[in-house]
Design a protein around this ligand. Structure first.
Ligand code: ADP
Ligand code: MG
Length: 449
């Protein structure tokens, strides 16, 4: 598996995160022809990138491929994406998942599959329903409506369904979108203002076999988005195409939901995910331990499972924090170290306060980057934008002083922070996409607010 090969190069050759994410992670296998393996380098990296990658990583990749696949010898060749011969029928599939662009088109996190989803009493029903739908999409429950609080596994389960269908039916077209993506795409289409853009949008959403819409609560109440979604829903449903929806609440508790939506959402099956009990929390921590190849004392696992009950995202966050603490101090993972690492999270009075760190973690997750990226020095737009959004939200939601915002973001000075906030304020004037994203982030950070 290509992923595994890259990860092995990373650990065997001690490639740190930044070069790994810059050079290795974007590489894709184009084709395998006997012992010649053609690897695609993203066009942005140009010839310099190809030379550098080749000089630095060619041998490590060849060695690792031989070790992991059992090939006797192999030759890796790097090609810029734009120099690839135009697509022809090439089917020497080396790694189906890499070759198959349907996975990318469907926007899926490769880690979120049924295999990695721990089943417990809190999610047993939802998981069974998800699996049933994945096994015969369109034939069982339509729509499948999954609801539950933040960080309890809705997105993981939805991606699992999508992965399963893609794997078992190579002709089916699956599309996963967050309701934010749906909205922003619609805003974009409307701004373009012509009929072809609109009919393209409709065509895209009405010509798929399985549509998954995550966090539907964010489009309810947005008139035009809601209207468009209604039509998409009707046309897919009447064509017996599978629809899967997630939300933070059941339809009956969504106050501003119009009746026509409520009844449609209730046509199929409604499944909830609740808080994990102690056994499930233990099982999830053990799964994390196993997947990362750690071996941690049972005391530590029990300590985390006993104290973090709010949701699975925080449970995993606490686990990672302990592991990072141990790595940083080059120490064994002991109960004492865990207590130290988690002293800010596990507070005696259990009441949740919104801190800059919390805001940063939500923003990072939303944009698919890590909090460390946001505190770090990277300056590419994929990082700078969410970094400035974090600054803006710290100011907006909890009025954090500029100095403290800077501190939470890797000790930046207050003028940088001010500049970042102003930048977002200016862009908000005429960027509806950004406005929509900021609204959603505010609701994610402070659902009561
Ligand atoms: P939600 O969409 O409900 O907010 P996510 O699906 O994003 O929650 O889950 C948050 C994190 O917890 C993810 O990293 C996910 O992999 C993990 N997670 C949630 N439920 C489970 C489970 N049952 N087994 C393993 N990991 C889980
Ligand atoms: Mg989610």
């Amino acid at each position: 598996k290509w992923e595994e090969i890259l990860q092995t190069v990373k650990s065997e050759y001690e490639v740190t995160d930044v070069p790994f994410n810059t050079w290795l992670k974007p590489l894709k296998v184009y084709e395998v022809d006997g012992k010649l393996i053609t690897v695609v380098v993203p066009s942005e990296q140009a010839a310099i990138g190809v030379n550098y990658i080749s000089k630095r990583y060619k041998i490590p990749l060849q060695v690792t491929i031989c070790v992991l696949t059992g090939m006797e010898e192999c030759e890796v060749r790097f090609v810029l994406e734009k120099d690839l011969p135009k697509k022809t029928e090439k089917n020497t599939s080396y790694d189906k998942q890499v070759q198959d662009t349907r996975y990318e088109e469907a926007h899926l996190n490769p880690k979120y599959t049924f295999d990695t989803f721990v089943v417990g009493s809190n999610n047993k029903f939802a998981q069974a329903a998800a699996l049933a739908v994945a096994e015969s999409p369109g034939d069982t429950y339509n729509p499948l409506f999954i609801y539950g609080g933040a960080g309890l596994g809705k997105t993981h389960l939805m991606h699992s369904i999508a992965h399963f269908i893609l794997e078992h039916d190579e002709n089916s077209h699956v599309l996963y979108v967050t309701s934010e993506e749906f909205t922003n795409e619609l805003i974009e289409t409307i701004r373009n203002g012509n009929n072809t853009a609109m009919s393209k949008f409709r065509e895209k959403y009405r010509n798929i076999d399985v549509l998954l819409v995550d966090d539907i609560q964010f489009i309810i109440g947005k008139e035009s988005t809601q209207e468009e979604f209604f039509h998409t829903f009707n046309s897919l449903h009447s064509a017996k195409k599978q629809i899967i929806i997630s939300s933070d609440k059941p339809p009956k508790d969504m106050e501003i939901l119009e009746e026509r939506f409520r009844s449609r959402f209730e046509w199929g099956l409604i499944a909830d995910i609740t808080l994990p009990d102690y056994e499930t929390r233990m099982a999830i921590l053990h799964k994390n331990e196993e997947m990362n190849g750690y071996n941690i004392s049972e005391d530590v696992i029990k300590y985390i499972a006993t104290n973090i009950k709010s949701n699975i995202r925080e449970l995993e966050g606490a686990f990672n924090k302990v592991m990072a603490g141990a790595k940083l101090e080059k120490k064994e993972v002991t109960l004492e170290l865990a207590e130290q690492a988690l002293k800010d999270i596990i507070s005696p009075d259990e009441k949740k306060v919104i801190t800059p760190e919390y805001i940063i973690s939500v923003v990072a997750e939303h944009y698919g980057v890590t909090p460390a990226d946001l505190s770090g020095n990277k300056r590419n737009s994929k990082i700078v934008m969410p970094r400035q959004v974090s600054m803006y939200l710290c100011r907006e939601i909890i009025s954090t002083p500029l100095k403290n915002i800077g501190k939470a973001l890797g000790n930046r000075d207050h003028t940088t922070v001010m500049h970042g906030i102003e930048k977002i304020e200016n862009e908000l004037q005429n960027d509806d996409n950004l406005k929509n994203t900021i609204d959603i982030l505010k609701k994610k950070i402070n659902p009561q607010g």
